[in-house]
Design a protein around this ligand. Structure first.
Ligand code: NAG
Ligand code: NAG
Ligand code: NAG
Ligand code: NAG
Ligand code: NAG
Ligand code: NAG
Ligand code: NAG
Ligand code: NAG
Length: 297
C-alpha cells in the first residue's frame, strides 16, 4: 500500500514538474469573463469551493464517503445530490480515492494557513450523471452518458474537471499576497496539474479505443468535450482535446478567471446564472462580487 502511494506520487510529481503550469498568460478579458478584484483570502476561499467539489466527487465516486467521513467536521452544508459509486477497476478506485484524500489534505492546509475556522461552508453540489453530460455536450447519446457507468466514462469527465481547477489556480497564483499563502496555493496548483496529467495520460493510452457501450472512440469523445468546454468559456480560445497532443511535449497551459470557470461549472455559459455542479452557486465573498450587476464601463 505504501509502495503504491509512493509510486503514484512519484508519477504525479514527474508530470507536475514537466508542466510549467504556473506561468499565467496575459489575456484581455471581456467584462463577462474578467478576473474579479478580490482579496487573496477571497480567492483562496473561492478555490476552496472547487476543492470541495473535487474531493466530494472523487471520494463519493470511489469509496462512497464524503469529506466529513474522512475528516469529521471539516465541511458543513447541504449534502451533495446524485453522487454514487463509479463502475471502475479496483486499482483506479484506489487512485481516485488517493486524489480525493490529497484534496482533503489541501482543505485542511487552507484552514491552517488562512486561520479559517472549520467547518468550511460546503455549497450545494449536484453530481447527477446528467449534469456532467450536459456540461460536456454528451446528453444526446443513447444510452445516456453516465459518468459512473464505466471507467473510461469516468476519466472523460475527470480530465476536464481537474483541468478547470488547474487553470483557475494558474490564473490566481501570481496575485496571491503573502509567502505562506503563495506556497499553499502553488502547491495545490502543482497537485491539480499532476492530477489532470494522470487522467490525460490514461486517456491518451486508449485514444483509438471505443468507449463502451458506445461505438465512439476516446479521441472523438475528447474532441466533443473540449469543444463544449470551449463554447461555455469565453471564446475565442483553443482548448485542445487532451488526446490531440502528446503529453509532456507541447506545453499547453491556459489560465481561467473565476467567471470563466463558473460559466463552465454552471453549465450555463453565464457566471451569474448558477446551475450544473453548483445549482446555488459557490459560497463566499468573491461569488457575491461576481453576481453584482456588471458595470460595462
Ligand atoms: C500549519 O501551519 C504551520 C505553519 O503556518 C505549519 O508549520 C504546520 O505544519 C501546518 N500544519 C498542518 C497540519 O498543515
Ligand atoms: C453555502 O451555500 C449553500 C447553498 O449552495 C447554502 O445552503 C449555505 O448556507 C452556504 N453557506 C454559507 C456559510 O454561506
Ligand atoms: C441536479 O441535476 C439534475 C440533472 O441535470 C436535475 O434534473 C436536477 O434538477 C438537479 N438538482 C438540483 C437541485 O439542481
Ligand atoms: C461495469 O464496467 C464493466 C467493464 O467496463 C462492464 O462490463 C459492466 O457492464 C459495467 N457494469 C455496469 C453495471 O454498468
Ligand atoms: C491512434 O491512431 C493514430 C492514427 O491511426 C495513430 O497515429 C496513433 O499512434 C494511435 N495512438 C495510440 C495510442 O494507439
Ligand atoms: C473533432 O472535431 C472537429 C470539428 O467538429 C472535426 O473537424 C474533427 O474531425 C474531429 N476529430 C475527431 C478525431 O473526431
Ligand atoms: C454537441 O454535440 C453534437 C453532436 O452530438 C454536435 O452536433 C453539436 O454541434 C454540439 N454542440 C456544441 C454546442 O458543441
Ligand atoms: C446571465 O444570467 C443572469 C441571471 O440569470 C441574467 O440576468 C443575464 O441576462 C444573463 N446574461 C446573459 C448574457 O445571458
Amino acid at each position: 500500500m505504501a509502495n503504491r502511494s509512493c509510486l503514484l506520487y512519484a508519477f504525479l510529481l514527474l508530470v507536475a514538474l514537466q508542466s510549467s503550469m504556473i506561468m499565467a498568460n496575459t489575456v484581455i478579458h471581456t467584462p463577462q469573463c474578467r478576473p474579479v478584484a478580490a482579496s487573496s483570502k477571497d480567492k483562496i476561499l473561492f478555490s476552496m469551493n472547487l476543492l470541495i467539489y473535487k474531493a466530494e466527487f472523487f471520494l463519493r465516486a470511489s469509496v462512497g464517503v464524503g469529506i466529513n467521513g474522512i475528516s469529521p467536521g471539516l465541511v458543513q452544508g447541504p449534502v451533495p445530490i446524485g453522487a454514487t459509486l463509479a463502475n471502475i477497476t479496483n486499482s483506479a478506485r484506489r487512485v481516485i480515492e488517493e486524489l480525493g484524500l490529497a484534496t482533503v489534505g489541501h482543505l485542511r492546509a487552507i484552514v491552517n494557513v488562512t486561520l479559517l475556522r472549520a467547518p468550511l461552508p460546503r455549497p450545494q453540489l449536484n453530481f447527477t450523471a446528467g449534469v456532467f453530460a450536459n456540461i460536456l455536450n454528451l446528453s444526446a447519446l443513447t444510452p445516456p452518458f453516465n459518468v459512473y457507468g464505466g471507467q473510461t466514462q469516468f476519466f472523460l469527465v475527470a480530465e476536464p474537471l481537474t483541468s478547470l481547477i488547474q487553470y483557475y489556480l494558474a490564473q490566481v497564483i501570481p496575485s496571491i499576497a503573502g509567502i505562506p499563502q503563495q506556497q499553499l496555493v502553488t502547491g495545490i496548483g502543482l497537485n491539480a496539474a499532476a492530477q489532470h496529467g494522470y487522467f490525460r495520460t490514461r486517456l491518451n493510452a486508449i485514444v483509438n479505443i471505443t468507449v463502451p457501450p458506445y461505438t465512439i472512440t476516446v479521441a472523438s469523445f475528447t474532441n466533443t468535450t473540449a469543444t463544449a468546454v470551449n463554447l461555455l468559456d469565453c471564446a475565442p480560445r483553443t482548448e485542445l482535446p487532451p488526446t490531440s497532443y502528446r503529453v509532456m511535449s507541447i506545453p499547453y497551459h491556459p489560465d481561467r478567471t473565476e467567471r470563466e470557470t463558473l460559466r463552465i461549472l454552471h453549465g450555463t455559459g453565464n457566471a451569474t446564472r448558477p446551475g450544473g455542479i453548483f445549482p446555488s452557486g459557490p459560497n463566499g465573498t468573491l461569488y457575491r462580487l461576481v453576481i453584482v450587476p456588471l458595470r460595462l464601463s
